[in-house]
Structure formats: C-alpha cells, structure tokens
Design a protein around this ligand. Structure first.
Ligand SMILES: Cc1cc2nc3c(=O)[nH]c(=O)nc-3n(C[C@H](O)[C@H](O)[C@H](O)COP(=O)(O)OP(=O)(O)OC[C@H]3O[C@@H](n4cnc5c(N)ncnc54)[C@H](O)[C@@H]3O)c2cc1C
Length: 363
C-alpha cells in the first residue's frame, strides 16, 4: 500500500507533534521549518498545561482530552520535558473559585478549593495569601526551551523528514495543493499540506486565497538564574504566572499590550517584585533571559483546526498551543487519514462562524 504523503509547514510544538502523530499512523511526512527559536512562539511560552483557564465547557473538554494525551506521553516517555506538579490559581472571590471547582469536577478533572490557611500550609513561604485558590492537581508545565526540540527529535526517529527551510508560497493547481516553493527557489511537491506556521499561518493562507481569522498579541517570558528555594506548583495570579523548573530557575510570564521593547527591563523588575512580595524569603532573583513573542490568537479565542480552502490543505493555529498540541495532532491525523471526528473538532473548523461565541481572554 502506498503511504499517504503529508507536508507540514512549521515545526513549532503543533507541527512537530502533528508530524509524530502522522508518522505513527504510517504516513510519509516531511516537515519544513527554518529552525530559528526566535521565530517560534513555542520557545517563548510559559507552557502551563491546563484546563482550568477556561470556563467554556466544550473547550474545557478539548483541553482535558489534550492533557490526558500529555499524561500518556509522559508515561510512555519519562524523559519528555513535561512535569505535572499541579497548578494553583489565586483569586479573591471564594464563590467564583467554588463555582469553577464544581465546573472542573463535572468534567472529571479534580480541582480543589483552598482557603488562605490551607494555601499557607502548601506554600510555607507565602505571605498575604489570597482568600481562596483553586488547586488543579493534574496540571503542570512543559519546558519551553526543550519540548519542541524533543518532539522534533522524536519525529526524526519516527521517520519524518525534518527539513530546514522557509516556505515562500504554496503551489496550487486546479483548486488543489500541489506543493510548496521554498525561499531560494527549491520546490517540494505534495497533494496534502498542513500549515502550522504559528503567527505566519495567516500570511501563507492569504496567498492561497484563504482569510484565516488569526490575530497576534505580544507576550513576554522571563527566566531567572536558578535559586535555592522551592515553589513546587505552577502559580497563576492576576498579575503574574510562574513556575520553577528542575534547575531552580523561575519562569514568569506577563501579558503585554504593545509595551515597547525598551520597557522589558522594567517589566522584569516588576515581575521580580511581585514574586518577592509573595515570597519574601526567596533569595535575590536575577532575570537572565527575556523572550518576547507574539501569541497566535484566533479572533474568537478558540483553535482554528481543519480544512482550509484548496483541496488537500489543512491548518492548525491557536493560542494555548502547548496545552492543545497533542489533541490537535490527533484531530488532524484523523481528518487527513479520513477517520471519524472522535474529538468534536468540527466546532473548530477554520471557516466557522467566528462571531458565534467568544472565549474569555485566552490564556
Ligand atoms: C508569552 C507566552 C506565554 C504563553 N503561555 C502559554 C501557556 O502557559 N500555555 C499554553 O498552552 N500556551 C501558551 N502560550 C501559547 C503557545 O506557546 C502557542 O499557542 C504555541 O507555542 C503555538 O505553537 P505553534 O507551533 O502553532 O507556533 P510556533 O511555535 O510559532 O511555531 C511555528 C513555526 O512555523 C515556522 N514558520 C513560520 N513561517 C514559516 C514558513 N513560511 N515556512 C516554514 N516554517 C515557517 C516558524 O519559524 C516556527 O518554527 C504562550 C505564548 C506566549 C508567547
């Protein structure tokens, strides 16, 4: 039997995970990416793997399906740079936190309501604990600087042809994809292509006559030098989200709305002061790395996954791509290989009525 040939354009977390999934289903996969970490949202992501940041039931179920796949992957590959330590969401409104805990419980995803006392026991160095917090016991984080490279290595060893290059344009003939032209003039032919080029997906699709409702929004990831102090959970607060990796470095993320790059130093100082106000016993924090990346944000906040325009063309673009990569890879493989829609992905078709509902600020 001839293998289905698939070309994947973009090797961030979504493209790399999709390549692995398609190769596991015996497809003949070529992945093209410039291999530049500075051009990847995935390398500047806080990479909190979560369900708890949404209150939309269908979307929460999709995130949950993905988290389950991450758990399975870690079980099969303990060296995968992902850890499930649990996540704490700080809040002041106990009723809202209780309601969210109930919502999560209804999905079959444990999330406990903690009061300030309980929280102080879990985080002994914490001062001014909030009135309430949600403890999402099964959530965690992926290491943003290692997870995509790990997934690309896995793709290579599953037989994927990982090719360093930059697609200049898709080639379309008679309403169907027939290949791609790279910068430098090389041509690769295919009758099935997946665009997983993050923020660049919109431009690539525009040239193929498809208007992808994808925006971008700036974000910043800060990393400190390792410290001898232990923050054992992912912590999400209204001002800052952070977690500590196994080296002791703390990763912190805050949203920016068009803050100029020259303000990066100031933003880092503010992040450090939020952290030291919460944990006064923490040793001096030195921010050693600041990464600015745009987040790909679908116009209604929900993933854009599925067929797009010409025959043989597929797209996957989303925020929360770290959380969602495994479920998106699964869904794309199902669709490309002609399997039934087990995951309810029809709701996330790129050509849906985008104004039907809006996700709260996408995390
Ligand atoms: C500050 C920040 C914090 C975040 N926090 C979280 C979080 O806590 N949890 C979470 O789940 N998500 C989070 N996200 C979102 C998440 O990181 C993204 O949704 C995800 O990384 C998108 O992955 P991707 O593979 O689609 O895109 P990318 O990682 O951007 O990869 C796209 C790839 O395509 C390549 N490419 C582009 N154009 C072309 C072309 N023409 N030809 C070939 N290749 C091309 C690029 O070079 C790149 O390697 C965060 C993002 C940011 C910026």
């Amino acid at each position: 039997m001839t293998k289905q040939k698939v070309m994947i354009i973009g090797g961030g977390i979504i493209g790399a995970t999709t390549a692995c999934r398609l190769a596991a289903a015996s497809a003949d996969v070529t992945l093209i990416d410039p291999m530049d970490e500075n051009a990847r949202a995935s390398a500047g992501s806080l990479a909190w793997l979560n369900v708890s940041s949404t209150a939309d039931p269908d979307y929460a179920r999709l995130r949950l399906a993905s988290l389950r796949l991450w758990h399975q992957l870690l079980k099969a590959h303990p060296e995968c740079p992902v850890r499930f330590s649990g996540a704490l969401l700080f809040g002041e409104d106990r009723d809202a936190i209780s309601a969210h805990s109930k919502f999560m419980g209804g999905l079959g995803w444990p999330a406990l309501v903690l009061d300030a006392n309980e929280l102080s026991k879990m985080l002994p160095g914490l001062v001014n604990a909030p009135d309430a917090a949600l403890f999402a016991t099964h959530e965690g984080a992926a290491h943003p600087n290692r997870i995509t490279a790990w997934m690309l290595d896995r793709a290579r060893s599953s037989g994927v042809n990982v090719f360093q290059g930059h697609v200049r344009a898709l080639r379309i003939k008679g309403g169907a994809v027939c290949g791609a032209e790279l910068r430098g003039g090389d041509r690769i032919s295919t009758d099935t292509a997946v665009i997983s080029a993050g923020n660049e997906s919109r431009t690539l699709l525009a040239e193929a006559g498809v208007d992808l409702p994808l925006d971008r929004s700036p974000g910043i990831l800060m990393r400190t030098a390792p410290v001898k102090y232990r923050i054992p959970y992912v912590i999400a607060t209204p001002r800052l989200d952070f977690w500590q990796d196994i080296s002791g470095a703390i990763l912190m993320s805050s949203s920016l709305s068009k803050t100029p790059e020259r303000a990066d130093g100031l933003i880092a100082e503010q992040a450090v002061s939020v952290l030291t106000d919460m944990f006064p016993g923490i040793p001096e924090l030195k921010v050693t790395r600041i990464a600015r990346r745009d987040r790909p944000i679908p116009a209604d906040g929900f993933p854009l996954v599925g067929k797009a325009g010409p025959k043989g063309l597929w797209v996957a673009a989303t925020h929360s791509g770290m959380t969602l990569a495994p479920v998106i890879a699964e869904a794309l493989a199902d669709q490309i290989l002609g399997c039934p829609d087990r995951l309810g992905m029809a709701a996330y078709r790129p050509d849906r009525n985008i104004n039907a509902k809006q996700e709260r600020a996408a995390l």
